[in-house]
Ligand binder design. Structure first.
Ligand code: HEM
Length: 455
């Protein structure tokens, strides 16, 4: 268990190069640089990075477990610009008790009655997107996956339909891309200095997004079927803190945008990686198609877990110490960054024998250790949308395998490419597909629904 301590600081060793050199090396070769550091220093080391400062990196499941279960008096989230950009009501701006209270209200919508209708929405969005996929010609799947996940979030989370949905579909991709760029800029550049300044442009986007969300909130409240609605926006309007207070409308707007930013590019990049991996494993592809036709899901869920293990779209979960703490053998000072390396934890030979190979069977009938397999992070800040993302990936893959035969390829695997938020396949997860002419393809929503609650 992590404890507060007055012992002298004792940090794991690490490279001595100056801060900005370490920063450049990590930016230029993020995956490669972390892999080399892991080989050189093992599963704990100390870096000195721009923005984050002194950073202790851990990846051993024992330390990861300790880190994720550290009490909120000792460990919090690092300061982040995303909170500033998304607003005071965003989870990225909350910490400690406030965050815990908010998470208690945000988690239930992703595990309750809504999930069934979110599955239907996901399947509809996949069917709409694939209607025009070309046959026999190579194309990138990342952009289509981006549209599927955007539309799914707008309908299932924002509860948008009709003209509001159409407007959000156009506005959100531009506004979110602009917002993630400006989140990387210093605070003075983000200030609203008139319509031509970056801050001014973002403020204008934000006004338009807020106006649309206000109208969605008003529509939901006026809906005669308000009580039966299952979109996340409505469930948040109905939610109450322990003292009986609702979440304010402003905070609901901040949270909806937070979920879009956190859940849109991550899920689509992971799906594009799934296509990239499957085309390079033809025997698995055949087994997965047979499983879909038979109405099963076990191998498909194991495959999603293995895609997330071998090609994680986020590579680290970050925390900041609030006091001097002892974590395993290390004594880490107050106000220090601590990073659980998702990449190193999931590439470990001890946790995953023959870790380099892509082998979903390792997870069939054997759920992963939650401190070695950590694509959704863990503890206080664990991904709020993990069950939603797993459902989306499962329904999307099920539908794609039901509708298409994917042509295998022996081309080398696609390289990792950082898109700002997530790491995606460098060539966009290219695919060649042919439509399947099976009875199954005419049955919408025909396959047994898998349990998405556990991952
Ligand atoms: C494959 C898709 C996804 C992956 C791999 C992913 C991964 C992650 C990771 C690694 C974290 C940080 C966890 C930590 O620090 O311990 C996170 C946080 C978060 N995720 Fe996801 N995520 C995905 C999809 C989603 C979706 C669909 C949503 C919402 C609908 C979402 C909402 C969030 C939020 C709000 C947080 C912040 C939680 C907090 O800081 O308290 N994510 N996610």
């Amino acid at each position: 268990m992590t404890t507060a301590t007055t012992e002298p600081v004792r940090l794991p060793p690490g490279p001595r190069a100056p801060k900005f050199i370490q920063g450049i090396a990590l930016l230029a070769a993020r995956h490669g640089a972390i892999a080399v550091l892991g080989q050189r220093y093992g599963n704990s080391f100390t870096l000195n990075l721009p923005v984050f400062g002194q950073t202790v990196v851990v990846s051993d499941p024992v330390l990861v477990k300790e880190l994720f279960s550290t009490s909120r008096d000792l460990m919090g989230r690092p300061t982040n610009n995303l909170g500033d950009v998304l607003g005071a009501g965003s989870m990225f701006s909350l910490d400690g008790d406030e965050l815990l209270e908010r998470r208690k209200l945000l988690l239930p919508p992703f595990h309750g009655k809504g999930m069934r209708s979110y599955e239907r929405i996901t399947e509809e969005e996949v069917m709409r997107e694939i209607a025009n996929w070309p046959e026999g010609r190579e194309f990138e799947t990342l952009e289509p996956m981006m549209r599927i996940s955007l539309n799914t979030i707008l309908r299932a989370v924002f509860g948008a339909e009709g003209p509001a949905l159409d407007e959000l579909r156009t506005l959100m991709p531009v506004a979110v891309t602009f917002g993630s760029r400006i989140a990387l800029m210093p605070a003075r550049v983000r200030r609203d200095l008139g319509p031509w300044s970056p801050g001014g442009r973002f403020a204008e986007y934000r006004r338009r997004m807020d106006a649309l969300i206000d109208s969605l909130i008003a529509d939901a409240r006026a809906d005669p079927a308000y009580k039966q609605r299952s979109d996340v926006l409505t469930l948040l309007l109905q939610a109450r803190y322990e003292n009986g207070e609702p979440i304010s409308d402003e905070h609901i707007a901040d949270e909806l945008l937070t979920m879009l930013v956190a859940g849109h590019e991550t899920t689509s990049a992971q799906l594009a990686w799934a296509v990239e991996r499957l085309r390079r494993h033809p025997r698995l592809l055949k087994r997965l198609t047979d499983e879909v036709d038979a109405g099963g899901s076990e191998l498909r869920l194991a495959t999603i877990a293995e895609v997330q293990r071998t090609r994680p779209v986020l590579t680290a979960a970050l925390r900041r110490t609030k006091k001097r703490i002892r974590l395993g053998d290390w004594v880490i000072p107050e106000d220090n960054t601590v990073m659980a390396s998702i990449q190193l934890a999931q590439a470990s030979e001890q946790s995953f024998p023959d870790a380099e190979s892509f082998n979903p069977d390792r997870f069939v009938g054997a759920p992963p250790n939650p401190f070695a397999w950590i694509p959704f992070g863990g503890g206080m800040n664990r991904c709020i949308g993990a069950a939603f993302a797993t459902m989306e990936m499962d329904v999307a893959l099920r539908t794609l395998l039901r509708e298409f035969r994917f042509e295998p390829t022996d081309a080398p695997g696609e390289r990792r490419h950082s898109r700002g938020v997530a790491i995606a396949p460098g060539r966009g997860g290219r695919a060649v597909v042919y439509r399947r002419k099976t009875d199954a393809s005419s049955r919408a929503d025909s396959v047994a629904v898998a349990d998405h609650g556990s991952t």
